[in-house]
Design a protein around this ligand. Sequence first.
Ligand SMILES: [Zn+2]
Length: 500
Amino acid sequence: MLTGSGDLDGLDSPAARERLLADLDAASPDTTYRLRDWLISRQRYWGTPIPVVHCGDCGPVLVPESELPIELPEYVQTTGNPLAESAAFVETTCPECGGPAERETDTMDTFVDSSWYFLRFLSPHRDDAPFDSERANDWLPVDVYVGGEEHAVLHLLYIRFFTRALADVGLLDVREPVRQLINQGTVLHSGEKMSKTKGNVVSPHEYGAETTRLFVLSAAHPEQDFEWTARSVSTAYDLQQQLFGMTQSFVERAAVRDERESHDEYVAREVDRTVAAVTDHYERFRFHRAVSEIRTLADLLGQYREYDTPNEQVYRRGLRVLARVVAPMAPFLGEEMWNLLRGDGPVTTTRWPEPESTVDRYDVERSLVETLRDDVREICDVAGIQDPARIEVVLAPDWKFEVREVVRDSDDTEAVVGTIMDDESMRAIGEPVQQYATTLQSERRELQPVLSPADELAVLRRAAWLLGDEFGAEVTVRQADDTGESATKADPGKPALYIE
Ligand SMILES: [Zn+2]
């Protein structure tokens, strides 16, 4: 039976639950934080001195502001309570009665400093105030706070408390110090959290700071825990070697070509797509996906260079983009690459790259090409074709794209098949249009976006070299006639394939 629960007094627990659920509309969200009393003193040397003097007559007395800050003695014993052993520090006079007194020998917990360091960092050279209020009001709130969960829960509460208290005493206009919180995950080793006490810590110098950082950032979304394995660290190392190696061999002995062909255009657009994707991933803290984009582009550039003498401009731009976008995670590597490529100034202060062509349909373009490659692999596999001599890619006729467009734009109640068949050119094709429109209508909610026929043709032609390279086959790309077998088999976004 419930007591001390207002209106619910006297009810048993299940009945109270029912009543609460029935009344849910009247509820409003409420978040309450309770900061417990917080013992801030420590018997350590490295904290901030507590400005209190103990006098036999007056008791504890605050050190006057004119005598602040109290500075720590330079040398102390490292055993016991270090400050208590330092007579020069301890012995003083009472600010009130002038009699002999002793300084407080506890110092403040480092959490006290970390509760407002972000304010001090804004004006580190001010010696007449803890921080510059005007600058602080200008800069705050902090955009993003990144911290491990255990640490962040308490620390974030402390800095919010400090900020509010400082606002209450008029030193700040801002009451909320941080805009966004990201709780980073924990690095695990053999399934356990890495910790000094467990002795399962991997130290950065074992692999080098650059590799360690790249690996940690590439392992998972920052908010997830991840397992430290030697194999995945070496993957990060290999990527660095790959990036550096390809840059070095390009500048040292590259045969290059000036004219641009369709496969050069494909690579040029992939460079643009990578710029767009990596930028987006960085902005959303998806570093692991940024790394994977970098790896994908590096692989593509490698394949491109093996396939044919690369176009100088396309290949160089690809490498410059790689140097620039890897730099936030691997600054030394980025700088080395940039230097080899004779970039101006340090790479980290160079303008972030921008796509040179329109990138809004890149995801559709890429998935078209990926699906095509998967389909060819699958057909070869199923049909037992070891070495295809010819691959013919046939894209759907224009009318299929049009029908698809009309169906996608229609709503459920519309008699869309009838509308389509009202069109004279569609009626001329007849039965196939009717059938296709009917099928599409039943699937209209699942229809994925596709490119225009002209764009699809252009993308497939630019990407044809990838199939040629992978399967060692001659690849042709064409569009189907309005009727016939290919017109039936090919769909927008999914061309028909003939492999022999
Ligand atoms: Zn006194």
